[in-house]
Design a protein around this ligand. Structure first.
Ligand SMILES: *[C@@H]1O[C@H](CO)[C@@H](O)[C@H](O)[C@H]1NC(C)=O
Ligand SMILES: *[C@@H]1O[C@H](CO)[C@@H](O)[C@H](O)[C@H]1NC(C)=O
Ligand SMILES: *[C@@H]1O[C@H](CO)[C@@H](O)[C@H](O)[C@H]1NC(C)=O
Ligand SMILES: *[C@@H]1O[C@H](CO)[C@@H](O)[C@H](O)[C@H]1NC(C)=O
Length: 334
């Protein structure tokens, strides 16, 4: 049993009483067992915690704000983060769901951390629980690793060179986000929908400058039953050097680009089977209704999927059927 520390309880009450910002029509209880599925929370103001490096917020670091939230939290709490470069490692532990991190825009609120440890311990931002939203924030270096289900990133930036975003597990929604990197910079096992992404390739701009070609994705789907996969809807790929759309990080790796503007940075072969050469038939890589100077389908690897029935593919990989079967995205606070 977790108890709310008295100061936090008073703080939350204070904010509910004083806040002019109410989350509209969110269904905060819809995912909790044993509770009503259709609670109308349009009249429920959520708690808001402010973070400002200058000391005019409740906390000076994002982590201190997260630490102040009680374990087992089940109502959306918004953490508003002022402009600034926050040099800290930010971790949302598994027992703290329903956290909404809101910055002032990806060029104004930046979280960075310089860490040269192994990939699995060194991400600037790590999020484990279900139901987490970040909006208007950039994460730099080994930028982020996302483990929880139902996690959304709106207008965020993920900036690094190699292994920038570890899109680890769960269903994730990225809307209007910016991705910068060179090698496997969006990688992992998650089931993710990337809508209107701006993908900026930086191959050759910094050491190791000798790499001939970079890789945008390294998707790790391991079996035919694995729900994982990355779907890119709209958006664009541009930048410098040469890049492949993806290389197989699992035997059933799955990456779809639909309606994406592919700049000439995309190398003609398009994809790499990596350690699954000879087993390409289980890889699902496809480009559907894409455009741009990097769209050189005649030079693509022969085993790229050639979508026969576009309508069926679009249905299967639409946002609602791929990651939003239960409608969680529309229930998120704004
Ligand atoms: C939720 O409450 C709002 C405001 O009172 C109302 O307009 C809306 O119809 C309600 N929705 C449901 C599903 O009850
Ligand atoms: C913090 O202080 C600096 C220097 O006074 C100022 O430029 C900046 O705008 C302040 N940040 C916020 C979020 O008020
Ligand atoms: C891409 O990244 C490079 C290197 O950081 C930067 O100079 C350039 O402005 C970026 N391009 C876009 C479109 O953001
Ligand atoms: C496609 O790739 C080939 C080989 O690199 C190249 O010669 C050709 O010009 C490319 N076509 C387009 C339309 O870019």
């Amino acid at each position: 049993m977790q108890f709310l520390p008295p100061f936090l309880f008073v703080f939350i009450l204070f904010n509910i009483a004083n806040s002019s910002v109410a989350f509209r029509n969110i269904n905060i209880n819809a995912d909790r067992r044993g509770r009503s599925e259709n609670v109308n929370n349009s009249d429920v103001a959520s708690a808001i915690i402010t973070v400002d490096q200058n000391g005019s917020g409740k906390f000076k670091t994002i982590q201190a704000a997260i630490d102040s939230i009680p374990s087992g939290n089940h109502d959306w709490i918004k953490i508003k983060i002022s402009r600034g470069i926050y040099t800290e490692k930010v971790t949302i532990p598994p027992d703290k769901s329903y956290i909404f991190l809101q910055g002032l825009g990806r060029e104004k609120t930046i979280v960075t951390f310089f860490d040269h440890e192994r990939t699995d311990t060194s991400a600037t931002f790590s999020s484990s629980p279900d139901n987490v939203v970040a909006k208007g924030i950039s994460f730099k270096a080994l930028a982020a690793r996302i483990y929880g289900d139902k996690s959304a990133f709106i207008e965020c930036g993920f900036i690094g060179f190699q292994d920038t975003l570890w899109d680890a597990t769960g269903r994730h929604y990225f809307s209007n986000c910016y991705f910068e990197g060179a090698i496997d910079f969006i990688f992992g096992f998650a089931q993710s929908y990337y809508e209107n992404s701006l993908i900026n390739v930086t191959v050759g701009t910094r050491p190791p400058t000798e790499i001939a070609v970079g890789f945008i994705t390294a998707q790790g789907r391991a079996s035919a039953n694995d729900p994982g996969g990355f779907v890119f809807e709209g958006g664009s790929v541009s930048g410098s050097g040469r890049v492949l759309l993806g290389r197989a990080y699992g035997a059933y790796s799955r990456v779809i680009f639909h309606g994406t503007d592919l700049g000439q940075v995309v190398a003609p072969q398009g994809w790499d089977a990596w350690s699954y050469k000879g087993q390409e038939s289980t890889l699902t890589y496809a480009e559907i209704e894409c455009k741009g100077a990097g769209l050189n389908i005649s030079e693509r690897v022969a085993w790229e999927k050639k979508p026969g029935d576009i309508q069926q593919i679009l249905q299967e990989y639409s946002r609602s059927s791929f990651i939003d079967q239960d409608g969680w995205i529309d229930k998120l606070p704004r």
